[in-house]
Design a protein around this ligand. Sequence first.
Ligand code: GLV
Ligand code: MN
Ligand code: MN
Ligand code: MN
Length: 393
Amino acid sequence: MGANQLLAELERVGRTRGGGYTRLAWDDATMTLREWFAGQAAALGLELTEDGNGNQTAWWGCGSDALLVGSHLDSVPEGGPLDGPLGVASALAAVARLKASGWTPSRPLGVVNFSDEEGGRFGVACLGSRLATGAITPDAALALRDASGTSLGEVMRARGRDPRAAGRSDWLGSVSQYVELHVEQGRWLAPHGTAVGVASAIWPHGRYRFEFCGEGNHAGATAMADRHDPMLAYAATVLAARELATSSGQRATLGRVLVEPGSTNSIPSKVVAWLDARADAEPALEALVNGIVRRAKAAAEFDGTQVNFRAESTTGAVEFDHALRHRLAALLDAPALPTGAGHDAGILAAKLPTAMLFVRNPTGISHAPEETSTPEDIEAGVDALTAVIRDLG
Ligand code: GLV
Ligand code: MN
Ligand code: MN
Ligand code: MN
């Protein structure tokens, strides 16, 4: 089956009223997608494995020195149809084409569906690949809690997985290259008139939690001068993030906020907000985050409120493997572009040569329902990935 057809099969899974997709780790939608992936593996005659972290791999051959291709099937809340599924569908379509052509790989080939790439449920991105590579300990990962207070360990157990099996994965030792195809996030390929690009690097990035604490009180009976409203330091932090990221040419976003008690006629007692910050170099990221924290503290002090801050997860700068990415760029005659988005390929890059292919996104929009590509470009992506597998496999 072609990638466009495979993606069409997923059209209804996790679809929301807003027209996007909410497919969070271990929810009903991602369980359906796991079954779908297993069905595709079986239809292609591939052998399915699942490691203790929920990462599924469909194998064509077994043994060492394997080539891994794939991506993830989960999404951010209200995300688009392609961030993740395009890479998985393209890998399955490439295998189908290669099998139909009579080609066989000279080394094992795995198609992977990484678990929880987006971190939309437990707050840490790339949990499946971080666990598999030891970038996070099982104890730290299993203790993470979702919005309802349920831990990852409890969720995995409820889905019939044994949390004691979480941790470094056996397959890692037998894989020697990973290539992830992904929809472009941003709009670089469109003006360059090319359907496929090769990633050069991933910007360092992190997720940080601010807790602004003040004094809950009555909205009508409390004079403005008598308030300790934590919303004000939060608002100052949002503005500082924009100002400091803009002036330094970096990126800062506060995309999630919780207000307690969350009542129109009450001054809040607490505001919890999450910062996503990304920069073109690690010192720049550090300077950006430190600058935002300084401004948050100064604002809180002014209002007689407090602010607590901690990093929840960080990922250093990733340079994709020089030899591999130049080989793919020459093979495909494709341009190189860096990305501000995080990927499992960035986590695996610490352990083995990895590379990424990006498929043109005409609007550049991602992590939103409008994320798109054309059927022709999706086919061009499969052409490229098929050529890469033939070349490396
Ligand atoms: C995931 O896609 C991220 O870059 O946050
Ligand atoms: Mn994403
Ligand atoms: Mn992705
Ligand atoms: Mn990502």
